[in-house]
Design a protein around this ligand. Structure first.
Ligand code: SF4
Length: 480
């Protein structure tokens, strides 16, 4: 049986995908054979090997690949984001946070204990607890309380806990680092690029010192600490792209490479909360972001060819889906949305939201209630079902071949357009995702070296399958 399929022409070749995530590249003549059901070998054989045609022999493999590609569908909330304070000593152009002197915006120990009760009631075996703010280290007492209690509960619950703290690193010192190291807490910081870009995006509240210098001090402290222990530092960084970043893609990538980061996530700023209010200052069109992202990607692939290992996280997650049937469990690429299904976010005041974005939009439309309700009631809130229904791409994306790999966050859709149902041709994230998928497929098809680079990004690829998908193109590569 031939699976229902959709097509897109890229650089003169035809990408054919099925809703199950299987795909192949066909010439016009081959596509014509498929469309008119006049298949002959070896094309029929290629279509069977790539699971476009289902037989008794490949049926189980197709189902197991589909399950792996969509692992999030059977998952319980495993990512738990805790906003321990809304206070911050930075005044970033795209972020709303309260001043360090604000009162009533820190999580209390009593609320933290209720948050832990909810988290440990999730049926997920592997739980990730991520501390967010404001600047998390301003409420260090609650961070340490949650970390020690989570490790204690881990020992008796049979669950596996990963802990991550997101921080601007301005307040990190040896004592805090020692605590994080002992309790195996990974650290994520914000780094928007070299000093000129980072300082423009992320000034200290009240101006003055360079936040770039401050984050460099923190990164160095962490890297030296783990170097002394002979371990790789569990440190990563997040990059937010604002209008001030657009002209500096390669320089931003170089800054990450210089500091030894092997992953950079070039995220667009979303018109949410304060960024929406300051859109004239921080915002840009989808086309402007796409041009920035492609320039940065070209630079990354150039660095890869010169032996420098650095990958772009959005591209990496898309490639995991395209090339390896792997679900990166990333909220921004889930179909339907994982907000409230895979992620829960706890505000400092005990309110629980469907995602971190839901907390930040400035209204409580996606608030599931208070921690006092307990896990069962929160997880079954009808808001979660509404978010799922609104974000099923099969309902909104027609015959787009990227449906098996794509995702549109309904919370961000609501924040930007006032409705949770995406109007696809005009939707900003659709335009960005489509251009990113096009770029990746185009690179695989036209550039031998980038394909080699992607192959290095995913070293355990099934090359027989990859050869069958690409047909004569990869055979031409073999002959180089
Ligand atoms: S959002 Fe756009 S790129 Fe993604 S599946 Fe829908 S139409 Fe395709």
């Amino acid at each position: 049986m031939i699976l229902p399929y959709q097509t897109r022409t890229i650089t003169g070749k035809n990408l054919v995908t099925t809703r199950l995530g299987t795909w192949i590249i066909l010439t016009n003549e081959e596509l014509s054979q498929l469309c008119t059901n006049t298949l002959e070998d070896p094309l029929r054989e290629r279509l069977t090997l790539t699971d476009i045609i289902i037989t008794e022999e490949n049926r189980d493999r197709v189902l197991s690949n589909f399950r792996r590609l969509n692992a999030n569908l059977g998952a319980a909330p495993s990512l738990h984001i805790i906003c321990v304070t809304d206070r911050c000593n930075h005044n970033c152009t795209y972020c709303h946070a309260s001043s360090p002197e604000a009162t009533g915006v820190d999580m209390s120990i009593a609320t933290a204990n209720k948050v832990l009760d909810v988290i440990f009631s999730s049926p997920a075996k592997h739980l990730t607890i991520e501390f967010q703010g404001g600047e998390t280290m301003i409420n260090w007492m609650v961070v340490t309380h949650i970390v020690t209690q989570a490790r204690r509960r881990e020992a008796t619950s049979g669950k596996h806990i990963s802990l991550v703290i997101v921080s601007n690193l301005s307040l990190i010192d040896n004592a805090k680092l020692e605590f994080l190291s002992i309790h195996q807490v990974a650290i994520t910081t914000s780094l928007d690029g070299p000093a000129s870009v980072h300082d423009a995006n992320r000034p200290f509240l009240g101006g003055g010192r360079s936040t770039h210098k401050s984050v460099m001090r923190g990164i160095e402290l962490i890297q030296n600490h783990y170097k002394k222990q002979g371990k790789p530092a569990p440190l990563s960084a997040l990059c937010t792209t604002t209008r001030a970043s657009l002209a500096h893609g390669p320089a931003i990538v170089d800054e990450y490479a210089r500091l030894g980061f092997e992953i950079i996530h070039l995220r667009p700023v979303n018109p949410v909360g304060i960024a929406k209010k300051r859109w004239d200052l921080v915002g840009y069109t989808a086309d402007e972001f796409i041009a920035f992202w492609k320039t940065a990607m070209d630079h990354i692939l150039k660095l890869n060819r010169s032996g420098i290992r650095i990958i772009e996280r959005q591209a990496f997650m898309m490639l995991q889906k395209i090339l390896a049937f792997r679900d990166p469990m990333y909220l921004g690429l889930m179909n339907p949305s994982g907000a409230g299904r895979c992620v829960l976010t706890y505000n400092y005041d005990g309110k629980v939201y469907a995602s971190d974005e839901a907390r930040m939009i400035g209204e409580d439309i996606f608030c599931l209630g208070s921690v006092d309700l307990g896990y069962e009631k929160l997880a079954r809130d009808p808001i979660v079902a509404g978010l799922v229904q609104a974000s099923i791409l099969d309902n909104t994306c027609g015959s787009c071949p990227y449906i098996p790999w794509c995702g549109i966050d309904p919370v961000l859709t609501y924040a930007a357009y006032g409705s949770i149902i995406p109007q696809i041709p005009l939707h900003r994230m659709h335009q960005i995702h489509q251009a990113q998928f096009d770029y990746l497929i185009e690179q695989i098809l036209t550039h031998p070296d980038p394909f080699s680079a992607f192959y290095l990004w995913l070293p355990n690829l099934d090359m027989t399958l990859t050869r069958a998908r690409l047909g004569d193109r990869i055979l031409a590569l073999d002959m180089r």
